[in-house]
Design a protein around this ligand. Sequence first.
Ligand SMILES: Cc1ncc(COP(=O)(O)O)c(C=O)c1O
Length: 433
Amino acid sequence: MIPQLETAVFGQQPGFNIGGPPIKDTIGDTNVPMIHNLSVHDTAKQKLDSHSRVKWETDQENAFFVANLGEVYRQHIRWNSLLPRIEPHFAIKSNPDPMVAKLLASLGVGFDCASKAEIQQVLDMGVEPSRIIYANPCKQASYIRYVAQQNVAKMTFDNAEELHKIKMIYPNAELVLRILTDDSKSDCQLGLKFGAPLETVDHLLRTAKELSLNVIGVSFHVGSGCHDENAFADAVLRARTVFDQAEALGFHFTLLDVGGGFPGADIKDGITFEKVAAVLGPAVDELFSPDIRVIAEPGRYYVASAFTLCTHIIGRRTVMKGSEDPSYMYYVNDGMYGAFNCILFDHQVVVPHVLSKNGRYVYGQKLNETEYECSIWGPTCDSIDCLNKSTRLPLLEEGDWLYYENMGAYTICAASQFNGFQKSKVIYTNTSC
Ligand SMILES: Cc1ncc(COP(=O)(O)O)c(C=O)c1O
């Protein structure tokens, strides 16, 4: 359970007792979200149960997220225990959910923002400008003017044109040179777009010197969804060489920003946060003296595992295959144009589980039933809207529910309302384990 959650962050909020009245997602007549104190599966169950108990409403079968704020909190504790020297700045782009942002702000986490709106959201929560890094190497001029007014001084760059732009608008900005690293082992290779190759660093630093700009350090991003912890060590080594180059040119660097790329959910026999921390922590300590401030920009790490998406089966098509067992096409009410855009944009592989079948609630249970070949499709009229091309599930009917875990990163933030389908709403809970 998050100690500060009920009082400091969100005020006193009622919990919810199993077997009580229909679940409510907001407090009283307000729009203030209610934070339940049930497990994720009991929160989802209460939500489904409430459908039969309340009077029929048009939206009652809509897909919904259960967000477990306790999980976000535990990720923070884990971070502090394994990487105590590195100050996390949550990459709010990964999930700008207001409750998650408030929680992290209350825990003293900083923020990595990429646009005026993100910076505004963070400042509006009362976060001091010094806890924000504007980590977008190519910024709209008017946004630089905005951050100059707001005293958000830290910002990244990776090209000389950006330096000239910043000189004109915010000459006292605290600049962080984003360098290119090896992102070949990552799902999203951000180096295609950003990061100064090491051979350009000398020119960039000399340009900054000529312009009398205040470059304070180095940042990098090993790529989002990184599968190789050694990429972090290699990047830290590159950053060290840039620190040395800068020193030789008369700069005094004080900041190292190790970016994002930390895993959101541990992969069995694959990457885990523990493995990254075991490589990154010692690499930083070995190459950077304690007076260097070290920050990071984790996004996925904080939110991926905290969000579970529950979808309603709105239709089924049986596909006959001669004398073989038929296969089935299931249609659910969130899709590729909604939260599942992560399949396209974030290279995620999403795994369906049965939440309820024929009114029976089976979260987490292995059903002892024959499984059939099937595909799962979103609700829009586009055939790209396919969530699982081929999987196996017990025979399901319209009205049953599926759930997908690890749906907190790069999902809701990029969802559209194409075809008039609403974005799935979020119900909050706060579990202690
Ligand atoms: C500059 C920057 N920092 C941090 C992140 C967050 O990365 P991740 O979610 O992999 O931690 C991103 C993601 O695109 C990014 O572009």
